[in-house]
Structure formats: C-alpha cells, structure tokens
Design a protein around this ligand. Sequence first.
Ligand code: ZN
Length: 321
Amino acid sequence: MCFQLFLYMFFIGLHLLANEYQRNNISNRIVFLLLINKGSYLCQSSLLIWYWISLSLMYGDKLHLFATADIEMCSKSKRAVAMNKNKGSPKGLHQHKAVQRARPDSINFSKLVADLVETGKTFYSRGWVLGTSGNFSAVISREPLRVAITSTGLDKGSLAPAQFLEIDGAANVVRGNGRPSAEALLHLAIVRCMNAGAVLHTHSVWSTVLSSTHASRGGVELEGYEMLKGLEGVRTHQHCEWLPILENSQDMIELAQRVSTTLREVSGIHGFLIHQHGFYTWGANLQEAKRNIEILEFLMEVLIRSAPSHTLCDPGAGRQG
Ligand SMILES: [Zn+2]
C-alpha cells in the first residue's frame, strides 16, 4: 500500500513537471487520470517507462539516457520540430546536437569543396588549368559512392563553393545545380580502379607537349630523378615512372573504359596523359594527389627543358620506310 502511494506521488510529481513544459499535451492528462483510477502494477510500470522516455526527450542532455534513440526520434517526431524552434532552451540545444550527428556528409562536402577551391587558385596561378580547362574531384563517401566535383566550364582560378556538385557512382547529380564536368566518368573510373580519394586533371603546357611528342612510344618514361621519391610508394631516384598516353576521344563512356583497362593492366603508375589533351593524377586524399601532380608536372617540365639530351620529336613521326 505504501509502495502504491509512493508511485502515485511520484507520477503526480512527474506529471506536474511535464505539464510545466508541455501545457497542451493531452496525453499527459489522460495518463494522469488513469493513474488516479485503479491500475495494476504492470500498468503502472509501463507508464513509468513511458514517462522516463518522455522526460529523456525533454532533458536528454542532463539525463544522458536513451541518447541514440533520442536522435532518431528527434529527427522524426513533430515534438522535435517544436523543440527546434525554441533555440534558447535545453530542448533546442539537444536538437542541434542531433542535426550535427545526422549529417556528417554535409560537413565533409563543405571541407572538401573548400580545399578544392584553393587547389583551383593554385593550379590556375601556375598555368595548369587556363581557359576553364581541367577539373577536380574528391570522394565524400564510398558506400554509397559520392564524389564532389567541379561543374563544367568554369574558371578554375575563381571557383566558388556553390559551383561544386555532388555526384553518385553513375555521375548523376545528387547535390547542387549545374552539369558535372564532361570528364566525370573518367574521375569515377580512377576512383574505382585506384581506390583514389581525389582526382586532379590539368591541361598544362608540358603534359600537352609530351603527350604529342611521345605518342608513338605509348607513354613517357621518367627515371633517375630525386623528385620521384616524392611520389607515393617510391623510395629511390632509380625508380622508373611510366606515364601511359591514351588516345583522346569525345566519347567519355568509351574513354572511361579505356582508362579503366589501362589502370588495371599497368601497375604502379601515378598518372596518365591523354594525347594532345592533358594529364590525370590521383591520391588517397587531396593532399597526396596535389603532391603527385606537383612532382610529375615538375618532371615533365624538366624533361622538355633538357631537350638536347632527350629526343622530344616523336621518333615514329619522321621515320621513313
Ligand atoms: Zn580535360
């Protein structure tokens, strides 16, 4: 009898507390009436749990109960919407936490885009992406595959975050306005074949020249340079880096297939050239991709500037009979 009286007092206290914050919550009043009338211990126990859940929704920050369930319930229930309007209350703070945890991809997208904007400025100032050429991408998530990529036809020296798109594994736009770069399929092929976290494409003078002069050789060989050691996985200047040259095409589906085939067949490469077009490289993340492109652009320039000791003319072009 004493225990039953204690329960009644406890529920009345809870009810008054809840009513203070939810004056129009009719369900609380109904529960209160049920409790005043006769109820079994089982019923009272169930209602006690119900009350605790209700309170944890209101005071989750303090009670630290039902935290995980709380986040999901907050995002779905109408109550959470009402809570969110009251930003100054503990309820508002609680909802703010739930939003932060529920959308990590948004934070990741913003960070990656900010880094790609800076990459565009740097590459433009170095003359690698002039006249709206080139494009950049970075992986947001792998399951499902989501990639942040530049929209087509933009000045890479003055990119704005709003000019980036999020695409899925089939190059469909899932966030942002505009069309993805025409070469988005090549980016996706590289991401998949090389497990890359970022892909960078430039139209530099040096890569364009070499893609033409070395076309008949099928690629460019870089060997004996100390700078090679900056490439991921390279430990000695004696390393021989091979940059395959692929024939250019406006059929991106066909070109993406050839890119995939090349990446599967030629192991250990860090980039490739497209004939009279430009250069692609990648990395596990954007920092690694930037390092690779700086080293390889440097070495391509060295190869051309040291022309007397290297034959820059296509050896196959002038060959007679
Ligand atoms: Zn291009």
